[in-house]
Every structure is written in C-alpha cells, then in structure tokens.
Design a protein around this ligand. Structure first.
Ligand code: UD1
Ligand code: UDP
Length: 366
C-alpha cells in the first residue's frame, strides 16, 4: 500500500525546502504519495504563490489559511486546523522543515496523534533562546522520530541533547537542491538588468529578524549604516513585509527611500532573487537561508546578527557576523577582496532529496 507523506509548507523559507522533496516523492508514486499542506503563515502572492510557480510545485492539497498573528495565535491556529485535517485522514508521516511557527505547531499535532514525525534541517542551533526560531528548533527536534541534518555540527548538537544516534540521518542541504533544480532559469533571469543595474556593482540587502527590525533604535541605526554604505556601493534593499511595516511605523521609510544609492524593492520570487544575489558584489542580511546560498555561490555575506545557527557558513563559507557600526568597514574589506572564499561544505550537492527518500524507504520498509 502507498504511504502518505504530509509536506508542511508555511512560510517563504519552507517552499525551497519542500519543493525538491515533493518532486522526488512524486517520482516514487508506486509507493509514495506526497500531500502538500500549506498552513497559510505567509499568504501574499510574492511571499508564497511566486515560489510554487518558480519551483513547479502544484497548488497545495490543503491550505489552512491561518495568516498572521501573535506567536500564540499563529501556533495555536495552525494546531487546531491541522489536527482537524489529520483526524479526517491520518497520514503515515508528517514531514516538517526549518524553524518557523508552523513547523513546531504541526510537529506537536503529529506527535499528540501518535503520527510519525520527521524534521528536515534538524539540529541547527544559534544558542540564542530569545530567537523564536531557536525555541521552534529545540522543541521540534525533541519530539521528532527522524531527524534529517544538513551538517556535522547539527549531528553534534543533537547527540549532545541526548537524541539517539539511530534517529539522526545526515542528508545534506536541501536548499542547494532547489538552486540546482532551477539553475538554468536563474542564469537566464538577468534581474540586475531589469532593475537598471547591468554592469554596475551593487549589494543586496534583506532584513526581517525581530531583533533587528522590531525596535526603533536598532532599526534606525541599521538604516543609518546602510545609508553610509550606499555612498560607496549601490544597494538593492528587498523589503520583507514585517520590515516594511516597521519602517513605516517608525517613520524611517522616507529616510531610506530618499537615500541616494538605495533601491527599494518588494519581495521577489526565488528565481529573480537568486539571479540578483548571483550578480551582486555582496549581501547584507539576517536571513538564515541567504547565509547558505551566498556560501554556495561564493559571494561575501555580511550577517547583521550576534549569532548564527549555521556556523558552517563561517567555518567553510563566505559568511561573517557584523554589527551595524562595523558595516561600512566590512563592506570595504569585501569590495577589496579581503574576504574568505567558500569551500563548498560536504553534501551541498543537489542530491539531498534523494537521500531523504532513501531514508524514508528504509523506515517504511519499501
Ligand atoms: C517568519 C518566521 C521566520 C522566518 C520568516 C521568513 C516565525 C516565528 N517566524 O517570520 O522564522 O525567517 O518568516 O520570511 O515563524 N506579512 C505580510 N504578508 C505575508 C506574511 C507576513 O504582510 O504574506 C506581515 C504581517 O504583518 C505579519 C508579519 O509580516 O504580521 C510577520 O509575519 P510572520 O509570519 O509572523 O513572521 P515573519 O517575520 O514573516
Ligand atoms: N528569498 C526570495 N526572495 C526574497 C527574499 C528571499 O526568494 O525577496 C529567498 C532566499 O533566496 C532564501 C529564502 O527566501 O531561499 C529565505 O527566506 P527568508 O530570508 O525569508 O527566511 P529565513 O531563511 O531567514 O528563515
């Protein structure tokens, strides 16, 4: 009998982790039935639909349409709706990815209903428990039956927390599978030219961590630093909806929109975004996924954070943690070529989905 796998998609960084796995399971339809469950945590067309189109995902089989809210509202809303879905038709496995609120919510529902739970991108730790994602990672990993990790540091973290070795399977970085899946379309995209930046050096900026954007003083300091940097390097600031709202609420939007050398754009789809990053001189970010993509593409990444749950992007990649006061100096170093080059980490090879499917075959006995 075919096994049913719920693939939980919720927010922007989930779609590029689900897509390669969906395609790999869809190619194994003799024994596997992938079911895409969208919780609706992200819902704007440019935060959700664009990724289904770019990554050739079918429309979700189910959309829980939970939307935005406080942590409790969002987590509880997903739990109530997802429990209803699972009770109506129990899947054989629930597969959650990453570290967003929906990851934890669906994981909790699965285990309370005694369903099998697997976590893809398990074991990452920033050790900063003020970060909502760190709570989601710790709690999801504590209850998962199968933990698919991207790197050795993740295995070490899980073992140190007492996770049995037989539950940990190192599969590599699924984000790279998505890049390789659409590599040709990224190469054809020429996003910089579309923005009138062909042949010009520029940096890409993305920010959305609450610790950077939710407090006026911090965000004002970051905006000031970006304006200084823009005097030497044009910046394309791709503004996340959380950040747009804060810039507007704090009255900072006029300053950044008027800054010479800064181009403000709405969030863009995966293919357009990867094209832009690929053509850039450097990236300034607080994103988790972008730290990895820049290491894969060997582009300097200046991460405006105190910690990272992805230390391999520092030890083997192009990532450096930077404070706003050091941004200008760091940008100068990157532009001068005084920046580490990437040694592509092991298992960042575009074949992670295949290893996940092999792991599922083993546990399902098929
Ligand atoms: C969420 C994840 C974060 C992830 C990020 C990726 C949690 C706790 N946070 O943060 O880990 O890095 O997604 O982008 O799960 N909004 C819209 N349109 C949308 C979605 C959101 O306008 O389609 C606005 C709403 O005002 C909302 C705010 O953005 O309140 C924040 O959205 P939310 O999903 O709660 O958190 P993110 O900051 O997006
Ligand atoms: N991304 C995108 N368009 C954008 C910004 C980001 O396609 O305008 C992609 C990016 O390439 C990466 C993912 O979104 O694959 C990361 O999502 P995000 O930064 O929102 O979340 P995080 O990784 O920090 O959880």
């Amino acid at each position: 009998m075919r096994k049913t796998f719920h693939l939980i998609a919720a927010a922007r960084p989930n779609f590029m982790k689900i897509a390669p796995l969906y395609h790999a399971l869809n190619a194994a339809r003799d024994w596997a039935e992938p079911v895409v469950v969208h919780t609706g945590q992200h819902y704007d067309a440019n935060m959700s639909d664009a990724f289904f189109a770019d990554l050739r995902l079918p429309a979700p089989d189910h959309n829980l349409e939970i939307g935005s809210g406080s942590h409790a509202e969002q987590t509880a809303g997903v739990m109530i709706a997802y429990e209803r879905l699972c009770l109506a038709a129990r899947p054989d496995w629930v597969i959650v990815v990453g570290d967003v609120n929906s990851t934890l919510a669906c994981g909790l529902v699965a285990k309370k209903l005694c369903l099998n739970l697997a976590h893809l991108e398990a074991g990452l730790r920033s050790r900063d428990r003020t970060m909502p994602e760190e709570i989601n990672r710790l709690a999801t990993d504590a209850i998962s039956d199968l933990l698919w990790t991207p790197s050795e540091d993740a295995d070490d973290n899980l073992r140190a927390e007492g996770v049995a070795a037989e539950r940990i399977v190192r599969v590599g970085n699924i984000m790279i599978d998505s890049y390789e899946l659409v590599r040709d379309r990224i190469a054809e995209q020429a996003m910089a030219a579309k923005l009138g930046l062909a042949g010009q050096g520029f940096g890409v900026v993305t920010l959305h961590r609450p610790s950077n954007v939710d407090h006026r003083e911090t965000l004002a300091q970051i905006v000031a630093s970006l304006c200084t940097v823009a005097a030497t390097l044009r910046l394309v600031f791709v503004v996340h909806p959380r950040t747009r709202k804060r810039l507007e609420d704090f009255g900072l939007m006029p300053q950044i929109a008027a800054a010479a050398g800064i181009t403000i754009v709405e969030p863009i789809g995966y293919i357009e975004f990867m094209s832009l990053v690929q053509e850039s001189q450097l990236v300034i970010t607080d994103s988790g996924g972008v730290q990895e993509e820049t290491t894969y593409l060997d582009i300097p990444c200046l991460t405006l954070r105190d910690t990272t749950e992805r230390p391999i992007t520092i030890s083997q990649g192009t990532n450096r943690l930077v404070i706003p006061a050091d941004l200008e100096r760091s940008v100068g170093a990157a532009l001068d070529g005084d920046w580490p080059r990437s040694r592509c980490p092991a298992l960042w090879d575009g074949h992670t989905a295949g290893r996940v499917v092999a792991s599922l075959r083993q546990v399902c006995g098929v």
